[in-house]
Unconditional design. Structure first.
Length: 521
């Protein structure tokens, strides 16, 4: 497999803090995925590979052209043609069409006669084909801007692609389009992603963590299997270390008991006066020195085993998926959401009627702009419906894309205490610690935590406060979450026994949340 890039001993420091160090690897003519928890430095590594940042140490050596698409890219230029980087070629074709072309134009277009077909075919495939190349690019939505940036990347047939979370702002159809285009791109790619459907189309997975960069052959399913085997091996190692440590302690205890027994025998001999006190003192001194050496040896072995056990436990904790269950129970299955002829103020103009009972998990699906977020805002009273009737029966909680359930300006523990003052701050700290939010992290403002850590705090508030909600309305809660946080959220929602309305474009996430019914807008 041709190597397109080799990077060696990359390190980078921000404000005297090392983000990562001595990262080495290669990029080949394959589709490769880069994953890792939020905050580990994936986007920084991509910027280093794209030569946008200079490393503190190390080198990046490219053997082929590359094209970089950062997160939330807004392409320069006033028109679609400018944004796609084809304005010069398009202008030459226009001069040919209107009969004003010269010899230079024909020379310039000598190997480009099929380009307009490629442009149009690509734009058609991602539902931008109705737009003229002269259309103002500034009028595009966030999702359209993302698709346009990816179109420009896929026009670079000879370039290796560096894509940072390319699935962001894409609906389900857009994500399938992205996968199809990557499969057709001939020069290879590296994609930062937390989307398992996309990662399952990769030929290799790279994981960035505090331990460095690890490479796993195969797609996400293969990676997950290898991680499970790694976790099982670590658990076996920890069990063996526990056993060895217990045996060493038992051996030391037997040694100490023998010493105590010899001391008692020596005391009896000393009391009987049958041997010289000088001789007895010499024997006692020699035995104590031998005993001290034996004890020290046991203690050294136990210290070594205990250090190894703690190290293995730390690695197990980093790999083990976190669990949090929703203790809500409701066996009555009463109607919780009722809509009759509901027409939204934006998006879909079609009337919607549905009834959702307790225990039912629904996905609100549809393309970008169809009104999914609008529907949740109407149901929670933030927007007024154009017409129709709706009602929510029971206690409800709404979690928007910005995780604004809690006051993000307050320290983490204070935000939780404000949400439910009946739970003592010390209890909140203990529960935060179980989710690996420990020490000073519980004292800093909630908004300064990573997206995954903020989500954990929100879930803690939802699952521990009283009374628990009968209805959950969640608007793309998986946005920008790393895989570990998505799996935690999946476990919480799957265990929820109330009525769930979920907006998400991640098909794997939706399935794992126990969704059984879909409202398509």
């Amino acid at each position: 497999m041709p190597v397109h890039c080799h990077f060696s001993e990359l390190s980078i420091t921000f404000n005297d803090s090392v983000l990562f160090q001595q990262i080495s690897g290669t990029l080949t003519q394959q589709n490769q995925g880069l994953t890792g928890i939020n905050g580990c430095g994936k986007s920084v590594l991509m910027s280093l590979l794209a030569l946008r940042l200079r490393p503190s140490t190390g080198t990046v050596d490219w053997q082929t052209p590359f094209f970089y698409v950062p997160q939330l890219t807004r392409l320069p230029g006033s028109t679609l043609a400018d944004a796609l980087g084809i304005a010069d070629v398009q202008a030459a074709f226009q001069r040919v069409e209107n009969g004003s072309a010269d010899v230079d134009d024909y020379d310039f277009l000598a190997d480009k006669w099929n380009e307009p077909h490629r442009w149009q075919s690509l734009l058609d495939s991602t539902a931008l084909g109705h737009l003229s190349l002269e259309s103002p690019s500034a009028q595009l939505s966030g999702g359209e801007q993302t698709r346009l940036a990816l179109c420009r990347a896929f026009l670079q047939r000879d370039s290796f692609l560096l894509l940072d979370e390319p699935e962001n702002h894409l609906d389900s159809a857009g994500r399938r389009w992205l996968i199809a285009q990557l499969q057709q791109h001939p020069s290879g790619s590296l994609s930062v992603s937390h989307d398992r459907q996309l990662l399952n189309e990769m030929q290799r997975i790279c994981e960035l963590s505090s331990g460095g960069l690890m490479e796993y052959g195969g797609n996400y399913s293969d990676y997950a299997l290898q991680k499970e085997r790694q976790l099982n091996a670590l658990r076996s190692e920890e069990k063996q270390l526990q056993s060895d440590l217990r045996k060493e302690k038992e051996e030391l205890q037997r040694t100490l008991e023998k010493k105590a027994q010899r001391c008692r025998q020596g005391d009896r001999v000393r009391s009987s006066g049958s041997q010289s006190l000088l001789l007895l003192d010499m024997k006692k001194n020699k035995a104590e020195k031998q005993q001290s050496k034996i004890t020290q040896r046991h203690e050294r072995v136990m210290d070594r085993l205990d250090t190894q056990r703690r190290t293995v436990n730390e690695r197990i904790e980093r790999i083990t998926p976190q669990m949090l269950e929703f203790p809500y129970t409701d066996e009555q299955k009463r109607v919780r959401v009722n809509c009759q002829g509901l027409i939204l103020p934006f998006g879909s103009t079609q009337p919607h009627s549905l009834t959702i009972s307790g225990g039912e998990h629904w996905q609100i699906a549809g393309r970008n702009g169809s009104g999914k977020s609008t529907l949740l805002k109407v149901l929670t009273g933030q927007l007024v419906a154009a017409s129709g009737n709706y009602s929510l029966h029971g206690r409800w909680r709404y979690l928007d894309q910005h995780l604004s359930l809690l006051n993000s300006a307050l320290p983490v523990v204070d935000a939780l205490c404000e949400f439910d003052p009946l739970i003592p701050a010390e209890n909140w700290r203990t529960r935060l610690g179980a989710l690996r939010i420990r020490g000073d992290k519980s004292l800093i403002p909630l908004g300064q935590l990573s997206g995954g850590e903020q989500l954990k705090v929100m879930l803690l508030a939802l699952t521990c406060s009283s009374p628990l909600p009968d209805i959950l309305l969640l608007d793309e809660p998986d946005n920008h979450l790393d895989l570990e946080s998505r799996q935690l959220l999946e476990g919480v929602l799957k265990s929820y026994k109330g009525a769930l309305l979920l907006v998400s474009h991640d098909e794997e996430f939706v399935k794992n949340c126990g969704v059984t019914q879909t409202l398509e807008l």
